[in-house]
Write a protein that binds this ligand. Structure first.
Ligand code: SAM
Ligand code: SF4
Length: 463
């Protein structure tokens, strides 16, 4: 029997009732935190109890639990990627986005394939191995084929020491057959944010175009998964509506995906609205999320869905990014530009939104290395077929860590050998030695063997 692809239902009343009837309760919060440390995730009532935490002492306990879960599951690695904006053509009118149709302040363009290849080369030369392809919801005359061509072009670019090994994609929702064709292009994760799960707010901020249809968007992951894309990434654009509602609704979305497909989402993104040229609402988000609530929501997500990656973009400034690594973030973008052609040109005016972190990849790598994290450029799981349910089957009993840390080390050393500045190489080599010394015997042997292959000039080695 086919899967009913139309219905993801958000029970708004259930969320409002939970939020109205729950207050801070230290005994209950400590019970929930104890349960979270078993790494089996939390339900909606548990998450609601954590959302009510305000007192400094309990907040610290919440953050401490999130740090422990993050450390237990993800250890010291942080995965790096960069977005590649191929086009800002768009037929929608999202009031927060510079690419919204009719915005006269943005010069419209879709990169041609030569320009896509140039941008890719620049990203490879910074050391990137995985990118997120991003586009507005309107394509040049060849339609969706344009995106497929871009993917082919990106995978086809080879530079002396590198190439892009995984392309994740953030484009508008597709029909099931179109998703099948997208999967054929060998994408990694299909990513799409609901923006807000609150239906009335959704209608207020999406004024025109296909994106105005809430149900078409919320059911996109059903179609993607039915088409065989088993790594999907969801998210909320924080600042449109109450963050507590959004997190509880997102949990309902994940639960329904799990129920239908046996696996929820692979990643969750947590963008906050940033100022965007010609997009009035972005200057005054209706329900801004404070820095403290932002930390809280990341910690709660970490405890609620411990095996789901949390992605932090360069919308946030370096200080906030640093803090959230410990609280739960497992993937970060670095050196990003959010306009088509942004890596070749310095035209910030055309960006989709303004960035909080302008540092280049080398600086970000040096910074996170000096904090003790291993920057990982690994693309091993996806290429070994460890995706969807297979990934979760390894992740849940804690087995994925054995692959991840070793692959993080080999790809980090690849970066240090070919792309790092002398200062970054020095800090990086010291961290690699330190980590070898701390690894259990078996893992150390495997990591040392991969790293020595890389140091002898071999690339793209992984387990
Ligand atoms: N056009 C497609 C869509 O809307 O799903 C995909 C690309 S869109 C450029 C990617 C994401 O950028 C959106 O889902 C939205 O969450 C985010 N975004 C848009 N305007 C933003 C702003 N002012 N600040 C932060 N993020 C923003
Ligand atoms: Fe277009 Fe996406 Fe921007 Fe909306 S968020 S205007 S759909 S690019």
């Amino acid at each position: 029997m086919g899967v009913d692809t139309d219905s993801i239902t958000i029970d708004e009343q259930q969320i409002f009732t939970a939020l109205e009837t729950t207050t801070e309760d230290a005994v209950r919060v400590r019970e929930v935190l104890k349960k979270a440390l078993e790494l089996k995730g939390l339900g909606a009532a548990d998450a609601t109890a954590l959302m009510c935490v305000e007192s400094p002492e309990l907040l610290e306990e919440l953050f401490d639990a999130a740090r422990r879960v993050k450390d237990e599951i993800y250890g010291r690695r942080l995965v790096l990627f960069a977005p590649l904006y191929v086009s800002n053509l768009c037929s929608n009118d999202c009031t927060y986005c510079a690419f919204r149709r009719g915005n006269p302040e943005v010069h419209r363009r879709a990169l041609n394939q030569e320009e896509v290849a140039n941008e890719t080369r620049l990203l490879i030369d910074q050391g990137h191995k995985r990118i997120l392809l991003v586009a507005g919801e309107a394509y040049p005359k060849e339609g969706l084929e344009y995106i497929f061509k871009c993917i082919e072009t990106i995978y086809g670019v080879k530079s002396e020491w590198g190439e892009i090994r995984r392309i994740n994609v953030n484009i508008a929702p597709l029909e099931t057959d179109e998703f099948r064709a997208l999967k054929e292009c060998k994408i990694g994760t299909y990513q799409l944010f609901q923006e807000t799960y609150h239906r009335d707010t959704y209608l207020k901020v999406h004024l025109a175009g296909k994106k105005r249809d809430f149900d078409w968007r919320i059911s996109a992951m059903n179609r993607a998964m039915e088409a065989g894309i088993d790594d999907v990434g969801i998210g909320v654009l924080f600042g449109l509506y109450d963050w507590r509602f959004e997190v509880l609704a997102l949990m309902q979305h994940v639960a329904q995906l799990e129920e239908r497909f046996g696996v929820g989402c692979h990643t969750i993104s947590v963008p906050r609205i940033e100022p965007a040229v010609g997009a009035e609402l972005s200057e005054h988000p209706p329900v801004p999320v404070t820095d403290m609530d932002f930390r809280k929501l990341i910690a709660i997500l970490r405890l609620t869905v411990p095996y789901t990656g949390i992605i932090m973009s360069t919308r946030e400034n370096p200080e906030m990014r640093r803090e959230t690594f410990a609280l739960g973030v497992s993937q970060i973008s670095a050196g990003s530009r959010t306009n088509p052609g942004g890596y070749s040109e310095e035209d910030y005016e055309m960006s989709q939104f303004s960035l909080g972190d302008h540092r280049c990849v080398d600086e970000v790598v040096r910074d996170i290395t000096s904090m003790g994290y291993i920057p990982s450029f690994c693309t091993g799981c996806y290429r070994m077929g460890r995706t969807g349910q297979d990934f979760m089957d390894l992740a849940k009993p804690g087995l994925i860590k054995h692959y991840c840390e070793v692959n993080a080390m080999s790809t980090f050393v690849e970066f240090l050998e070919h792309y790092a500045s002398p200062e970054t190489k020095e800090v990086g080599d010291a961290l690699v030695e330190k980590i070898f010394n701390e690894m259990p015997e078996g893992q150390r042997k495997r990591a040392e063997s991969l790293v020595s292959e890389v140091r002898c000039g071999k690339r793209d080695v992984y387990v």
